[in-house]
Design a protein around this ligand. Structure first.
Ligand code: NAP
Length: 248
């Protein structure tokens, strides 16, 4: 495991699923972790697993939160993993409100936090990781606007990287696109819907996904990513149970 001692990581969306695994892995690697989410009880439980984890109970979309936390903690690593659970229904069973939910959450979070990371800016050598989805490559016909929202996250992470370069900021922005996994609520609900859609039992559907991506694998992959020499880092990676591979 890479050594992140002496650094601070803000993990937005750390109370459960992939974000919890990422927060734990950063703490294990020696980083001081600021775990952000709305569920006080889940965050408190997480903080009891490591002296390196402190919690901030808050809504990631709060108008002043990104400014306030980035100003207070000056993190070297900023991990944006928070996202909403899409309503798992085919297109014509969505309403506009359900279709657009991930635009008002996931895209908004990425926009607000990337904007603030550029404006402050984060300290030299900082690393920002935006957790999008494999759906941004493959589409996701049973989750409304989810795949499009996750694609937009990837686009704006790229725009932020370009603005950082233009402003001569020593800051890297990378997108990570996880494969569906039952070990996070977003994937669990997706698997249930796609298994039913294809007439398969859930277990069989999960088997065909290959090695299951666990929160621990996600955590160690992201620790490795932020510890790597930035000149060797690709703009975007697929994340599966086998780890990271550069995204098409
Ligand atoms: N699981 C998968 O198969 C999969 C696959 C591809 C991509 N992804 C992406 O990976 C990310 C995590 O997925 P997951 O399955 O681990 O999700 P999850 O189990 O539903 O966890 C989502 C996390 O985001 C936080 N969150 C949501 N809204 C928030 C808000 N307004 N403010 C602060 N925190 C908020 C939640 O905390 P609170 O509810 O406590 O606020 C929770 O910690 C998502 O962006 C998802 O789209 C997941």
């Amino acid at each position: 495991m890479s050594d992140l001692s002496g650094t601070t990581a803000v993990v937005v969306g750390a109370s459960r699923g992939l974000g919890r695994g990422i927060a734990s892995a950063f703490a294990e690697a020696g980083a001081q972790v600021v775990a952000v989410a709305r569920n006080d009880r889940a965050l408190t439980e997480l903080s009891q697993t490591s002296p390196n984890i402190r919690v901030e109970v808050a809504d990631a979309a709060d108008a002043t939160l990104a400014w306030s936390l980035l100003d207070r903690y000056r993190p070297r690593s900023l991990i944006l993993v928070a996202g909403a659970n899409p309503v798992m229904r085919p297109l014509h069973h969505q309403t506009w409100e359900t279709f657009s939910v991930n635009w008002h959450t996931d895209v908004k979070f990425a926009f607000i936090w990337l904007r603030e990371a550029l404006l402050q800016p984060l300290p030299p050598g900082s690393r920002v990781v935006v957790v999008s989805s494999g759906a941004a490559v493959n589409g996701s016909p049973a989750s409304g606007g989810y795949a499009g929202a996750k694609t937009t996250q990837r686009f704006i992470a790229g725009y932020a990287q370009e603005e950082a370069r233009r402003a001569d900021l020593d800051m890297s922005v990378t997108t990570v696109l996880p494969r569906m996994t039952p070990l996070g609520d977003v994937g669990r609900r997706g698997i249930r819907a796609y298994a039913a859609r294809s007439g398969q039992p859930e277990a069989a559907f999960v088997r065909q996904l290959g090695n299951v991506l666990t929160p621990e694998i996600a955590g160690s992959a992201l620790v490795g990513l932020v510890a790597a020499d930035p000149s060797t880092v690709a703009p975007a990676y697929l994340l599966t149970g086998a780890g990271l591979t550069p995204a098409p």
